[in-house]
Ligand binder design. Structure first.
Ligand SMILES: *Cc1c(COP(=O)(O)O)cnc(C)c1O
Length: 241
């Protein structure tokens, strides 16, 4: 077995054990393999080892990889999880299946307008800054509900849930607070009978899988533990206009 397939196996085991501990089924947690900075050949290797969902942080890098792996386009689900600049939304709307990092109404609106009509709805998560610090990306927990109600009305996109990048070492308690916000918004949307399937809580990275799963996460995003360490990240995006 290759390293990637070994590592994938061990991450899945960790997820499975965390699920068992808190009485959840393995199927209730989606593993998203974060392939940023790694070549398409490694994505292919993980795909062959059974991984179907991948995430990218940078528009150019992500769309290049999607094109390079065109033969697998219908078999892979591609998530965009990096900061979204308004001048790059078209590329995202035309290439990806999910965008987890929407943090402004304007971005959701552009994605909605630019999603090609012959493609399925683009799945959207609102990125929330759990700790509420204004220096981090994501909306504050206080703003999340109203923004969700607005985004849920837009055509061509489906609001699927919330995403957050916890602080390193974030407590179980803070994650459960975030889960409560998610459940509250889910209730509201149900009452308003929006078409959306608001069923996704995307929380948890390599370091905090166990706690995230205990706090009800339905999606964990894992890079390093599958693909190994990354080169120091180079920010390739130009500043927003
Ligand atoms: C890079 C990244 C990850 C994966 O991080 P690892 O520590 O490599 O597992 C998860 N989520 C987001 C938003 C990221 O940018």
């Amino acid at each position: 077995m290759s390293d990637i397939s070994d590592q994938l196996f061990s991450v899945k085991n960790q997820i499975s054990q965390a699920c068992t501990r808190v009485g959840r089924t393995d199927e209730s947690v989606h593993l998203i393999a974060v392939s940023k900075t790694h070549p398409a050949s490694m994505v292919r290797e993980a795909f062959v080892a059974g991984q179907k969902e991948f995430a990218e942080n940078y528009v150019q890098e992500g769309t290049d990889k999607i094109i390079e792996l065109e033969d697998l386009r219908k078999k892979i689900i591609w998530h965009f999880i990096g900061p979204v600049q308004s001048n790059k939304t078209r590329f995202i709307a035309e290439s990806f299946d999910w965008v987890q990092s929407v943090d402004r109404f304007k971005i959701a609106q552009r994605l909605s307008e630019q999603r090609p009509r012959d493609m399925e709805d683009l799945n959207i998560c609102l990125q929330v800054n759990m700790s509420g610090e204004s220096t981090k990306s994501g909306v504050t927990p206080e703003d999340a509900l109203l923004l969700c109600l607005d985004i849920a009305e837009l055509p061509n996109i489906t609001l699927r849930g919330l995403m957050s990048i916890p602080e390193p070492g974030a407590s179980l308690q803070s994650m459960k607070k975030f889960q409560k916000l998610f459940l509250d918004i889910q209730q509201h949307l149900k009452r308003h009978q929006f078409k959306n399937r608001f069923d996704t809580l995307s929380l948890g990275m390599s370091d905090d899988l166990d706690r995230a799963i205990e706090a009800g996460s339905t999606m964990v995003r894992v890079g390093t533990a599958i693909f190994g360490p990354r080169e120091p990240e180079v920010i390739e995006e130009e500043p927003e206009e």
